[in-house]
Design a protein around this ligand. Structure first.
Ligand SMILES: [Fe+2]
Length: 380
């Protein structure tokens, strides 16, 4: 895979983070899904991901099929089982479609495994090599929250389309990209009183540091509440906010997620764009559904966030939210769940200096989510 190797320098931007696990970036996110062929169609034609690689019966893979898609630096893998029973079926049965692997791109998969398991990580798979005539890839893996796994992927000079076992995937029809560039952050939902445990896991086992913390006073509406802490690796390329439910009058979105996912898992993936108006317009035209906020959100928006480069009208038309911090501002919007179960969704984010997560929008956003929960009968 031709990832940009010029970005290999590892400038430390989070001073508190430890250096024993250098991570170059997110390598891929793999979802276990019920029907990978149709999911691949959705992500290509609704989201503008481009076809990259395929593995299945035609490549000698008897048990499962995988489609690899990419847009900017964002690479997703969609995998379905081809036979009854087994781990993939069990995962889909329990969780519905969802993220199984958050794969991290490293220089040394063996060392990553040793350093993390030495610090208490539970092994998913010991380091192993895959090789074909394009080169060699080394993979290892550790468990994180729920049944989610972090793989460590060492690509060296591998030149194939994705990794050994895959061939180029070139379907007849392609759709243009929608301007998505990279994964800004990936959020995990964990159960009651589990947030600190998993933040400690990222700190102790992976050397991450805490960037921010939001308590239930920061993140609450009249009805529901949650708590969140954001963990980052040293170079700031990997940011994992961790959410847990908090007591409210009604069931929070985190509890709804945990109920339907049957445990902890990836709640949302934030994808960065350089032009949120163009990206969201394109996604919406292709059928991606977004949460909406009341028009009154925009009445005093500029009083709240100050001058912004964008016109207000298209932001209002699309429902894009804006927030400002000490360093600048950000624009963001959230999709409705992209699966049948109300579990995973996406955020589209454009940063203009701001390095925060849209705290000023939490209330409006969670009220929007509550309206959807209410329609589903889960706001009780
Ligand atoms: Fe987010």
């Amino acid at each position: 895979m031709s990832k940009d190797n010029s970005s290999l320098q590892l400038e430390k931007v989070i001073p508190e983070a430890d250096d024993f696990l250098p991570i170059l970036g997110t390598d891929f996110v793999e979802l276990y899904v019920g029907n990978a062929k149709q999911a691949a169609y959705y992500y290509q034609h609704a989201w503008g991901f481009q076809p990259v690689a395929y593995s299945g019966l035609e490549t000698g893979q008897q048990d499962s099929v995988s489609y690899v898609l990419q847009q900017g630096k964002i690479r997703i893998v969609l995998t379905s089982p081809l036979q009854p029973s087994g781990a993939i079926n069990a995962h889909i049965d329990k969780h519905g479609d969802g993220v199984k692997f958050v794969a991290l791109w490293v220089d040394d998969a063996k060392k990553s495994y040793e350093e993390t398991t030495k610090r208490g990580a539970k092994s998913y798979v010991e380091p192993y090599e895959l090789e074909d005539n394009h080169g060699k890839v080394v993979i290892s893996g550790i468990h994180t929250y729920g049944e989610t796994v972090h793989l460590f992927i060492e690509r060296g000079e591998y030149k194939g389309p994705f990794m050994p076992g895959y061939r180029t995937y070139a379907p007849l029809a392609k759709s243009p990209e929608t301007g998505l560039k990279y994964i800004d952050h990936m959020v995990g939902n964990v159960g009651w009183n589990e947030m600190n445990k998993w933040c400690e896991f990222y700190a102790k086992v992976m050397g991450f540091a805490q960037m921010v913390s939001f308590d239930d006073k920061d993140i609450s509406t009249d009805y529901t509440a949650l708590m969140s802490k954001v963990m980052s690796n040293g170079n700031g390329r990997i940011k994992f906010p961790i959410n847990e439910p908090a007591e409210g009058k009604k069931k929070s979105q985190i509890e709804e997620y945990i109920d339907f996912y049957n445990g902890a898992g990836v709640q949302h993936i934030a994808l960065a764009t350089d032009n949120i108006i163009e990206t969201v317009t394109s996604l919406r035209d292709r059928g991606v559904e977004f949460l909406y906020v009341p028009e009154t959100y925009y009445d005093d928006l500029l009083d709240r966030v100050g001058e912004i480069d964008e016109e207000l009208a298209p932001l209002k038309e699309l429902g894009v939210l804006v927030d400002r911090d000490d360093e600048g501002y950000l624009l963001q919007i959230f999709t409705k769940p992209v699966l049948d179960r109300p579990t995973m969704f996406f955020e589209i984010i454009q940063r203009k200096g701001a390095q925060s997560f849209g705290k000023g929008n939490f209330k409006a956003l969670f009220e929007a989510i509550e309206r959807e929960q209410d329609l589903r009968g889960t706001l009780k």
